[in-house]
Design a protein around this ligand. Structure first.
Ligand code: PLP
Length: 369
């Protein structure tokens, strides 16, 4: 099998699993318990908090562990800027290319303001000037897109917005572990993370929150996570997230130069094929992501055909009531639906090899493109 779907999820790193296992076997204490097993679990969570904070150049006290990127993204909608009396009066704005955990949450908040992107998938400076005139309180723009890999200039956008007292959240779920991410340097007030995208366990993530912000909890109960997220912590997964973060930090350079070399090789080979288009090719992109389409061939067909040959990729389309819909991300970039429907996403990891890329290319060529 060749696994080229690492933006969907990654294989757990053996070292992460080794760090997690004791917390499922012998060190099973509840972190809220006062006895020694409880204290061991509590201290392991605090170590993980330090490791996750270090990965994104933040303070450990700014990290709230959640059940994943989706929960972190939902939680941001509970944020209330300190100058507003309640979050009922908060005006949110989100970009047109957000993950569904942002776009669907925004719908619940009756968030009407959607920030457009250009045909390269990027938000332009001028668009931000226009957004400021609409006076939103909280703006959410992802750091890197899960389908195209396009990286937004978040530091510049945040600087523009912060001058007007606007709070900025960024979904860094796909960026972290692939490019350097510094909470401090980005200048945002909130940032979402997910463990299973960086070789950790599924069902675990975090929201990093600036101290100046008050957050209403989504979950009430025992007051865990400093009263911001009640519920007994998923200790093993959090410990694994910490280990995954530590490895992502120490191995970032080696991992990203390997995946970038593979991506470039893949793109050189793909661009020799006349019917292939690489979407957002000229934009700053994650080193691991290539979204491409073959003219006249449905992405879903390619996905299923590759699957039969033991190759795992994603198509850009989403299944809705039995029919495939073209990717909203590509539509937001102004790509015509029939072209968007051809999209296939390859997302690499440092575990992929040159031989796998060559095999993938040979199979794509066999489609007569
Ligand atoms: N944000 C982005 C950009 C994602 O790609 C994903 C998952 O694919 C999420 C959020 C959701 O993260 P999780 O799977 O941890 O809920």
């Amino acid at each position: 099998m060749i696994y080229l779907d690492n933006n969907a999820t990654t294989a757990m790193d053996e070292r992460v699993l080794d760090a997690m296992l004791p917390f499922m076997k012998t060190m099973y204490g509840n972190p809220s318990s006062v006895h020694r097993l409880g204290r061991i679990a509590k201290s392991a969570i605090e170590t993980a908090r330090e490791q996750v904070a270090a990965l994104i150049d933040a303070q450990p006290t700014q990290i709230i562990f959640t059940s994943g990127g989706t929960e972190a993204n939902n939680l941001l909608f509970q944020a209330t800027p300190s100058y507003l009396p309640s979050n009922d009066s908060v005006k949110f704005a989100i970009s047109a290319v957000e993950h569904s955990s942002i776009s669907e949450s925004a719908k619940q908040q009756h968030c009407a303001e959607v920030i457009p992107v250009n045909s390269d998938g990027l938000i332009e400076k001028e668009t931000i000037f226009q957004l400021i005139e609409k006076k939103p309180n909280v703006v959410s723009i992802m750091l890197a897109n899960n389908e195209t890999g396009v990286i937004q200039p978040i530091a510049e956008i945040a600087a523009q917005l912060s001058e007007h007292g606007i709070i900025v959240h960024t979904d860094a779920v796909q960026a972290v572990g692939k490019i350097p991410v510094s909470f401090a340097q980005l200048g945002v007030q909130m940032l979402s993370l997910s463990s299973h995208k960086i070789y950790g366990a599924k069902g675990c993530g975090a929201l990093c929150v600036d101290k100046s912000l008050s957050l209403k909890s989504l979950l009430f109960g025992g007051g865990q996570e400093n009263n911001r997220r009640s519920g007994t912590e998923n200790v093993a997964a959090i410990v694994g997230f910490g280990k995954a973060a530590e490895l992502a930090k120490s191995e970032l350079e080696a991992r990203s130069s390997h995946i970038l070399a593979l991506r470039l090789q893949l793109e050189i080979e793909l661009s020799k094929l006349p019917r292939v288009t690489i979407f957002a090719r000229n934009s700053p992109r994650l080193p691991n992501t290539v979204l491409f389409g073959i003219d006249g061939i449905d992405g879903e067909w390619v996905l299923l055909t590759l699957d039969k040959k033991g190759i795992c990729v994603s198509s850009g389309s989403a299944c809705a009531s039995g029919a495939t819909e073209p990717s909203p991300i590509l539509l937001a970039m102004g790509i015509p639906p029939e072209k968007a429907q051809t999209a296939i996403r390859v997302s690499l990891s440092h575990q992929n090899t040159v031989a796998e890329i060559l095999e993938f290319i040979e199979i794509i060529k066999s489609f007569g493109v």
